[in-house]
Ligand binder design. Sequence first.
Ligand SMILES: Nc1nc2c(ncn2[C@@H]2O[C@H](COP(=O)(O)OP(=O)(O)OP(=O)(O)O)[C@@H](O)[C@H]2O)c(=O)[nH]1
Ligand SMILES: [Mg+2]
Length: 322
Amino acid sequence: MRRKPRDADYYRQQLLQGDRVALARAISAIENERADTRAVYQAIAGHANRAHVIGVTGAPGSGKSSLVNALIQEFRARGQKLGVVAVDPSSPFSGGAILGDRIRMSDHGADPGVFIRSLAARGHLGGLSRATARVVDVMDAAGMDIIIVETVGTGQSEVEVMEIAQSVVVVCAPGLGDEIQAVKAGILEIADILVVNKADLPDAERTARQLRDAAGLASSRDDKVPIVKTTAISSEGVAELMQYLDDRFAGFDEARRSDAALERMRKIVTGAASHRLSEWLQRLDTDEFDTICNSVLRGELDIDDAAIASARLALTIESEKD
Ligand SMILES: Nc1nc2c(ncn2[C@@H]2O[C@H](COP(=O)(O)OP(=O)(O)OP(=O)(O)O)[C@@H](O)[C@H]2O)c(=O)[nH]1
Ligand SMILES: [Mg+2]
């Protein structure tokens, strides 16, 4: 159903006050690149960049959603408001339902202090991490104190998604076959905090030891990455995890936060620009473009120079349009 676009004033009045309907609308607008997108961005400008964005990633079945669930409970007990974004890079067609279902939403469904949203790869031509970053900003502007981004840690797109977070929690669990599941995906390198979940299972200590060794090898940083053992289903160890998260957040001053925001915006704009340019290049259907390509075929021009010439051509044509 197409709804009438709302203007920036609507979002300023509703979204910034934390209205859930406006928040849901804003996220849909961004997801579907609808007409309101610009209005949303105008409204939230200068109002994001306050929340603690926590990334939770790790092997399938390691207990990420259960841990997020336990974290939600603890943060809510302190009276903080939370946004949760469940990102599913592997399901282009689900529309985000699958991972969202797995989050134990039933516990928090009626709680107005928790807002949960799923994002799937489908439709995000400019990149899933870009879409996620924008959704996080909107939740931030709507007054969420904590925003948790959960994604399955199996590939490069997850690593990109995790770049959005200020604190990255990598979850491992004993008995998932390959003990150090995270190493393969190159995800250990991005961990700020390592969690061995399912600490109630027999091999947890061994997994923690292996992880400690692997983290020592993988990390190029001087500061040691803490390893926390949790049992998500009984919330054991979750308070300790919270302590590490709080300590990290306390270390982010205003300057560091705005540096991070700028860095993030660079990536968003770079992604958007590449997306635009590639659209323009695909529309390129001119004699001039054929001339460039023929020159390459005849060996008169190398591909790199041809690429630059085509990009220039596309840019010129598009800027003459308006
Ligand atoms: N014994 C034990 N089981 C747990 C623990 N945490 C989660 N589980 C179980 O592990 C299974 C997977 O948990 P999820 O929270 O769905 O794991 P996930 O990492 O989110 O899974 P995906 O989203 O599919 O990647 C469920 O059956 C949980 O009940 C724990 O601390 N101890
Ligand atoms: Mg999950």
